[in-house]
Structure formats: structure tokens, C-alpha cells
Design a protein around this ligand. Structure first.
Ligand code: FDM
Ligand code: MG
Length: 214
């Protein structure tokens, strides 16, 4: 039995390098013969993803709670496939997941963190969350924001403080202020360790208890 794959999530604020690091991890794991797939949320290619994309690009307005639930539904659309892949031994590298869902929506002050977490209950829980951080100076040196919703510093400060409240034992806080290759090697060490340690365990799920203190 090859055992199950690991669910590995890259999180953090905008422009910290999540997408670059996720595809490099995929490349390296596949090169080592470890079955791996890359997922990205929001997945803008699905039916819910297209509405989310229209919202993010300001082509459509939607009430805050509606958008929140759409982001969650966008993950639920992938859930059957994620479970199938993980249980058949495929490791998933995921670029943003439920933590972005909660941290971004709760930053709008319309919904509590607790409320935002509810629709995530039952989704596969990550074995490892690589949370990439950058200080203000380092971030200001990176290329600027685009024109999507949420791309402004004030809002992202609130998102960052929400992320701090979501940390648990599965999180590794990583200083991303280093060159791409050095950072990727550091991430790969954590990833390989987790792949090895979870392969004979059961997948776990977000549960109501984890968020009791929010
Ligand atoms: N975002 C992302 C959310 O608000 N909720 C979610 O559940 C997810 C996964 O969507 F501002 C936000 C984060 C970001 C925007 O994400 C688009 P990408 O990574 O830039 O595509
Ligand atoms: Mg973006």
C-alpha cells in the first residue's frame, strides 16, 4: 500500500510568492517520483469560479455573505476529487484554501471569523499550512497591486491579523524574504517530512471544535 497523499496548503497575503512556490514544489516532488497535483483556490474555471472571477474583477456586485459562501462552494466542488486523490496516494499542493476564505471575508467586518468558518466544516483539513510572511519593506519592493477587489494595503492588514487567529499545530510560519530557490528548498524540507509522516494516517477534516475559541 502506498498510503495516502498529504494535503499541503500555501497561505499568506498577496505578493508573498505563493503561486511561484507552489509550482516549484510540484515540479520537484514530481521529479522525485512522488505523485503530486497542484490546486488553486479560487478555481476560476468552474461555474462558481466564473461568478467569483466576475466579482473579483468588479464586473458584478454581490452581497458579502453570498460571495463568502461562493468561495466555500468553490472548494466543495473540488472536495470529492480531492478526497479521491489524497486517498489514492496523491499529494496535493494547494495555493490558498479555507484560511484565505475566512481571513478575507472576516476582514469586511460583516461576518465574524466564527460565522465564516462554518461552511468549511467537513472539508479535508491540511496536514501542513506553509504560511509565507513578508515585512512591509520587503513587500513594497515587489511589483504593485492589480485592480482586483481586496488589493489594497489597509484591507490586507486586517486580513493579515485574521490569519494570525487561525494558526494551529499544522502551521509553519515562513519568512519569505529570500530568493526563490532558497525559499523553495526550505519549504521542500517541511513538505517531505509531512508526506512521510501522514502516509499511514487517516485524512482529517475541519471540525466544529477547532473553532470554538474564535
Ligand atoms: N479569496 C480567496 C477570498 O476572499 N476567499 C477565498 O476563499 C479565497 C480562496 O480572492 F484576494 C481572495 C484572496 C484574493 C482573491 O485570489 C483572489 P488569487 O489568489 O489572487 O487568485
Ligand atoms: Mg490576486
Amino acid at each position: 500500500m502506498p498510503g495516502r497523499g498529504a494535503l499541503i496548503v500555501l497561505e499568506g497575503c498577496d505578493r508573498v510568492g505563493k503561486t511561484t512556490q507552489a509550482s516549484k514544489l510540484l515540479e520537484k516532488l514530481q521529479h522525485r517520483g512522488i505523485p503530486t497535483q497542484l490546486l488553486k483556490f479560487p478555481d476560476r474555471s468552474t461555474s462558481t469560479g466564473q461568478i467569483i472571477n466576475s466579482y473579483l474583477t468588479r464586473k458584478m456586485d454581490l452581497p458579502d455573505k453570498t460571495v463568502h459562501l461562493l468561495f466555500s462552494a468553490n472548494r466543495w466542488e473540488s472536495e470529492p476529487q480531492m478526497k479521491k486523490l489524497l486517498n489514492s496516494g496523491v499529494t496535493l499542493i494547494v495555493d490558498r484554501y479555507s484560511h484565505s476564505g475566512v481571513a478575507f471575508s472576516a476582514a469586511k467586518n460583516e461576518m465574524s471569523i466564527h460565522w465564516c468558518y462554518q461552511p468549511e466544516i467537513g472539508l479535508p483539513k491540511p496536514d501542513l499550512v506553509l504560511f509565507l510572511t513578508l515585512n512591509e519593506t520587503a513587500i513594497s519592493k515587489r511589483s504593485g497591486f492589480g485592480d482586483e477587489r481586496y488589493e489594497n494595503s489597509e484591507f490586507l492588514k486586517k486580513v493579515a491579523s485574521n490569519f494570525q487567529r487561525l494558526k494551529d499545530d499544522a502551521w509553519k510560519i515562513i519568512d519569505a524574504d529570500k530568493d526563490i530557490e532558497t525559499l523553495n528548498k526550505e519549504l521542500l524540507l517541511h513538505v517531505e517530512k509531512v508526506i512521510e509522516s501522514v502516509k499511514d494516517t487517516h485524512l482529517s477534516y475541519f471540525d466544529p471544535i477547532a473553532m470554538n475559541n474564535l
